[in-house]
Design a protein around this ligand. Structure first.
Ligand SMILES: [Fe+2]
Length: 444
């Protein structure tokens, strides 16, 4: 029987397709750019390989854009045609893809969880599950899911370093910084090119406020990121957070122009509006502006990148960053249209995607109000939205930009009650000594 390196069956008549599929899974888990060509090779060797089509479809959904769904539907059709010929685990994967295309995150989660019930070391399922829960704001569930299968893992299982990296991120987002750091560092000791391990530790250091160590950590590892996919640009964004914290604004701008928004990078040339890159770019510019830095024409560069997809409502957290770009470039008509579209989507009762968008309108309002200098309005929005920002998805470090905006307005309005409340929020979230940080220091 053909299997992946953890012993899970791969249904295909072509042994070379099984080998290529196993490599593709390793590239996906390792966040490496070779995923795309390796998956193409699987399809070339055996177009009927169900898991090759499932992965292709999940990648189409994974770009979190409407335009990715067409390729996903084609892949689903090919996979569904073979569904009766494959193992129960592979059939569940076909169902996962069906739910992802239908944009039903709850069903995706339940089906991936069902796979792990029977195949606890199926690293592909764990990675996909963590991603889905991350973007729907449910890292408590993510931590519970990884805790459930953790006992089945040991160092002799292939992919153990990736497992440690995954587990570390769940622990970091749910507050166990010490264990998260230990597992994250171990994952990188075992595999220095492990992007997700580097990322988990970068998050821990961000929560602990250890920005000098964050720069050292990322600088030491950056030589191993050449094979990385877009995650490596997100690691550069993490490094910007550290530089901003250190008051090294020129360094953050230089990284922005080299790694966060650079049309010469082949990936950004091919996919200029990739959701994570838009989030990285907008978040970095806002943080710099909040420190009084003139970011020049950089907002317009981001605006150009989203010109064809600013109204794509596939991911709430991306929509927030699109709103930042529209506000910063004075696109008031589109800003209002985006709000109208989000309100319409959020009011749909039957849509699972709608639920993930319910907290977005108030955030769009305070992003626009902050840019327009209507700080009393920002403060009013903050009072009603602070407690539910986690539901928007993303990490604590990413959502911090929203607290920074609220805090800036609270400071300008001398609203000490809100300042105090945000301080409590940040401590409860897990930031160590938040009022010592550059974004919050002055009002402290
Ligand atoms: Fe991150």
């Amino acid at each position: 029987m053909l299997t992946d390196r953890r012993g899970h069956a791969i249904s295909t008549v072509e042994p070379r397709a099984a080998v290529a599929l196993d490599e593709a899974i390793a590239h996906l888990v390792g966040r490496r750019s070779a995923l795309t060509p390796t998956l193409a090779r699987v399809r070339e060797l055996d177009p009927d390989c169900v898991m090759g089509q499932v992965l292709t479809g999940m990648m189409g959904c994974g770009v979190r854009k409407l335009s990715g769904l067409e390729a996903a539907r084609e892949a689903y059709a090919a996979a569904a045609a073979q569904r009766d010929q494959v193992s129960a685990r592979e059939r569940l994967y076909v169902d996962v893809l069906e739910s992802a295309i239908a944009r039903e995150p709850d069903a995706v989660v339940e089906r991936l969880s069902a796979i792990l019930e029977h195949c606890p070391t199926d690293l592909l399922a764990s990675v996909l599950l963590q991603g889905e829960l991350f973007w729907t704001g449910d890292m408590q569930r993510a931590e519970a899911e990884s805790a459930r299968v953790d006992a089945f893992w040991c160092s002799s299982i292939e992919g153990y370093a990736d497992w440690l990296a995954l587990r570390a991120f769940d622990l970091e987002e749910t507050g166990d910084l010490a264990l998260a750091e230990r597992l994250g560092r171990e994952s990188v000791e075992r595999d220095p090119n492990n992007l997700w391990g580097a990322h988990s530790v970068a998050h821990v250091l961000e929560m602990k406020g250890e920005s000098a160590e964050g720069i050292r950590w990322l600088d030491e590892l950056k030589g191993g990121w050449d094979a990385g996919g877009p995650m490596k640009y997100h690691l550069w964004w993490h490094r910007c957070l550290c530089h901003i914290e250190q008051g090294q604004f020129e360094a953050a701008l230089e990284i922005h122009d080299t790694w966060i928004r650079n049309s010469e990078l082949p990936f950004q040339k091919a996919l200029p509006d990739f959701y994570l890159d838009i989030q990285n770019g907008a978040s970095n510019l806002i943080r710099l502006e909040l420190q009084g830095i003139d970011v020049g024409e950089r907002w317009q560069v981001l605006a150009n990148a989203i010109e064809g997809s600013w109204d794509d409502l596939s991911n709430p957290f991306t929509t927030l960053h699109v709103a930042m770009v529209l506000a910063a470039t004075g696109q008031l008509g589109r800003q209002q249209a985006l709000l109208n579209n989000v309100n319409a989507l959020a009011s749909e009762q039957q849509s699972a995607l709608a639920r993930t968008y319910r907290g977005v309108p108030v955030v769009l309002e305070f992003i626009a109000a902050h840019r327009a200098g209507r700080h009393q309005q920002v403060v009013a929005c903050g009072a009603s939205s602070r407690a539910s920002l986690w539901q928007l998805g993303g990490s604590h470090a990413q959502r911090d930009v929203l607290f920074q905006l609220l805090f800036d307005s609270a400071r300008r309005c001398q609203d000490y009650a809100l300042i105090t409340s945000i301080h409590s929020d940040l401590e409860r979230i897990g930031f160590v000594h938040p009022l010592g940080r550059v974004a919050y220091r002055d009002a402290a």
